[in-house]
Design a protein around this ligand. Sequence first.
Ligand code: SF4
Length: 207
Amino acid sequence: MTARSSRSRGVRGSQVPNDPTPASAAWNALVREIEGCTKCPLHRTRTHTVVYRGSFAPRLVFVGEAPGAAEDRTGVPFVGRSGRRLDAAIERLGLAATEVGVLNLLKCRPPDNRFDRSAARTCRPYLDRQLALLRPRLLVTLGGNPLRAIDPGAPPILRAAGALRVGCDPPVFPLLHPAATLRSRAWNERWERDLGRLAEGLRHGLA
Ligand code: SF4
């Protein structure tokens, strides 16, 4: 069994239990580091750090911006209404739980859910280390802030969403944030259109 295939299992939560591979040891060390992190002021108001859910050998990883109240309470990214919307999208894309991962730029909830750019810069190395261990073939950013952080040259989200960006490694497919699609009929229609484009890309070997 290769190191990658030994990590190919869907796991909801932060750590890789009982997995002896070097990658899992590095992952668990990273999780412990994040759980103890006090590098930015968001550590003072968090209940839990929110690190990851999904496969440890994902084809693609969804990148949101920050935990909300439900995520802070549970320590799991994308639970609650946005999470249900995202999970429905994953199902629509025909992807199994073992093929995807879900995480955020920020690992601690910003008060009042106000995105904190300075904290995101401080937190960014954790994201890079997660992605180096997970090695997805495609990133799907959710909303404007993750897109800007990962691909600073990208146009605003309403122009960028639904079109593959190949200048990054791995390539990025931007989508609107699922929470936005719950607030606006027009954005919901845009979400559906862009998901259709992503599904088409996946059918043709995008990831
Ligand atoms: S948001 Fe990131 S950098 Fe700030 S305390 Fe949490 S883990 Fe550390």
